[in-house]
Write a protein that binds this ligand. Structure first.
Ligand code: AMP
Length: 192
């Protein structure tokens, strides 16, 4: 299996690149943010629970997020593996993912960290707010809070994956095609 993680702050381009990579390498794409938004749209109990955190720019608690991911992430022979974007966001989530993959005798193949300076992220998120319809893109304070939560809770994962030799740092500033082609060539180097 080829199991990839897209890592990086809000607005780094994880979703865009994950979608392209999923189609190119026939991977199942799962975005926890997208799943939460779809649950919110349907007004499910999970959606209502998640909204309270998402609208404030906070992380949804690990128990809820991990429980949800477990429900969605099953081995599926029609794909060569999966690509996750927006998960894991905490060390506890990363450990839960390792345990889940251990149950399948599988593991993470690579973690791609998209690096983009803060000012550029804010510019992109403001731009995205014009079309995304995302409640959490609309408010400057919520955007600031999401970046702060990223630095405090999610950034330590970089060291977690670097220690395991899985981390690939990617320049996330450039055209979508340039960044996609950079990541593709690194995946090809793995013999894929
Ligand atoms: P995203 O679409 O990845 O930017 O996620 C949007 C929002 O959903 C985040 O700001 C969080 O509130 C929530 N969310 C998405 N993924 C996770 C996760 N792995 N852990 C906790 N909260 C999450």
């Amino acid at each position: 299996m080829i199991n990839l993680l897209m890592f990086g702050p809000p607005g780094a381009g994880k979703g865009t690149q994950a979608q392209l990579l999923a189609a190119h390498f026939r991977l199942r794409h799962l975005s926890t943010g997208e799943i939460f938004r779809s649950e919110m749209g349907q007004g499910t109990e999970l959606g209502r629970a998640a909204r309270a955190y998402i609208d404030k720019g906070m992380l949804v608690p690990d128990e809820i997020t991990v429980g949800m991911l477990r429900g969605y992430l099953k081995p599926d022979p029609t794909f060569r593996g999966f690509i996750l974007d927006g998960f894991p966001r905490t060390i506890a989530q990363a450990e839960a993912l390792d345990r889940l993959l251990g149950e399948w005798d599988s593991g993470i193949t690579r973690v791609f960290s998209l690096e983009v300076p803060d000012e550029e992220l804010k510019k992109r998120l403001r731009q995205r707010a014009l079309t995304s319809g995302r409640s959490d893109d609309l408010d400057e304070n919520v955007i600031e809070h999401r970046l702060e939560v990223y630095r405090k809770e999610t950034l330590p994962l970089k060291a977690y994956y670097a220690r395991q030799g899985l981390l690939e740092v990617v320049n996330g500033v450039g055209s979508i095609e340039e960044i996609f082609s950079d990541i593709c060539s690194r995946i090809h180097l793995l013999g894929v």
